[in-house]
Design a protein around this ligand. Structure first.
Ligand code: SF4
Length: 372
């Protein structure tokens, strides 16, 4: 039996019991470094076991309070420490936000995400109340609602949950080792503490990273190791490709988008290590061709951001995505589709063959070829 068939047999025989949070870094490294097409095939196999591969969720991200942030994230246009031309604004009015959410819904987005640029919510009692009110308004549109507002404590997380928030975004960005090269005003453990507060409040977690920060392969492996060894995997894992912003320390250094093959490896490895999560191909998607984007969907990405903008950077428009979906045979995921037992939460969902049966058949085929 060749080493390929041995490793494939090992992979397929473990593929029916894939939701684990005890991954070692070595195991993740072994997955990440597989020959690329084998890695994509394995990720696609896992993806079909847990998700309908024809469904992609469209999300829209709106900056409800832009710029003027005191943090020093080295890639961010909104930090007040860098000259990027971004003007600081106040919190948008509820009506304006709801108008944008209605447009997003009418165009096909089923999740509405809102970002505001600050370190945390401490001392912003009135603003926090206004944000809770906005969350209630978006939920009434029957959309999933996600916000990213910086660091939170247990009480704030609880109040956001009570306001109807579906999920909270708080990215760990990169590996623990590389984090301090990108951000110095808070620590990796600060990030993890906020993730703990979210879980404590019963909120769903959206946490992922950014590729193209000048990190090494080992940092991408470390990022996936952090996320996939949390007590519960984030339900949502955004993978962003850096859009370099002139005037920021990272943007002035990094001139090219992250290599597509590195992005694809990261998506595929994340899919294998966190099989139930929605993997969101987030910022920077327009830097890649349509077929490259489709390749990431094959490797397990099952959500995109669509709209006029992603916070301060350009996004793929609804018209472009509608053509892409039509051409590649994809359709939009409905709001809360993953909460009614119809897809990710249901391991036994049948597509063309019951997934477990298909895996057994694949194993038999691999065995037959290996022993021929
Ligand atoms: S990424 Fe968020 S916390 Fe960091 S500087 Fe930008 S707005 Fe502030």
């Amino acid at each position: 039996m060749t080493s390929f068939f041995r490793s494939q047999k090992r992979f397929l025989s473990s593929a029916t019991n894939l939701v684990r949070n005890n991954w070692t870094r070595e195991e993740i490294r072994e997955i990440y470094k597989k020959p690329l097409l084998n890695l994509v095939y394995d990720a696609a196999t896992v993806h079909r076991q847990f998700h309908d591969p024809s469904k992609i969720q469209q999300c829209t991200l709106l900056s409800i309070k832009t710029g003027g942030c005191t943090e020093d994230c080295g890639y961010c246009a909104q930090s007040s420490r860098y000259s990027t031309g971004v003007k600081a604004t106040r919190l948008m009015k509820k009506d304006e936000v709801l108008e944008k959410a209605k447009i997003a819904k009418a165009k096909g987005s089923t999740r509405f995400c809102m970002g505001s640029a600050w370190r945390d919510l401490n001392g912003r009692t009135r603003t926090f109340k206004n944000i809770c009110d906005i969350i209630k308004g978006v939920r009434e549109l029957d959309m999933e609602v996600c916000v990213t507002l910086g660091m939170l404590n247990d009480q704030q997380a609880k109040e956001l949950k009570e306001a109807g928030l579906t999920a909270y975004n708080h990215n760990v960005d990169t590996s623990r080792e590389y984090y301090s090269k990108i951000i110095t005003t808070r620590t990796y453990d600060d990030r993890l503490n906020t993730l703990g507060s979210l879980r404590h409040a019963g909120l769903k977690v959206c946490s992922g990273g950014i590729l193209g920060l000048g990190e090494k392969e080992e940092d991408r492996i470390g990022l996936i190791h952090t996320l996939s060894t949390l007590p519960l995997h984030p339900e949502s894992v955004p993978i962003n490709a850096l859009v370099p912003i002139p005037g920021t320390p990272v943007g002035d250094k990094v001139k090219k988008p992250v290599r597509f093959t590195d992005l694809l490896r990261t998506v595929a490895t994340a899919r294998i290590c966190m099989p139930k999560s929605i993997i969101r191909f987030s910022a920077g998607r327009m830097q890649y061709s349509e077929s490259e984007q489709a390749f990431t969907f094959l490797a397990g990405a099952n959500s995109v951001f669509t709209g006029d903008k992603m916070l301060t950077t350009p996004a793929v428009t609804w018209d472009e995505d509608s053509q892409l979906f039509h051409k590649w045979g994809l359709e939009g995921l409905k709001s809360f589709e993953y909460e009614d037992g119809s897809s990710a939460q249901n391991e036994d969902k049948t597509f063309t063959l019951p997934p477990k049966q298909r895996l057994v058949e694949q194993e038999k085929q691999a065995e037959a070829v290996a022993t021929a």
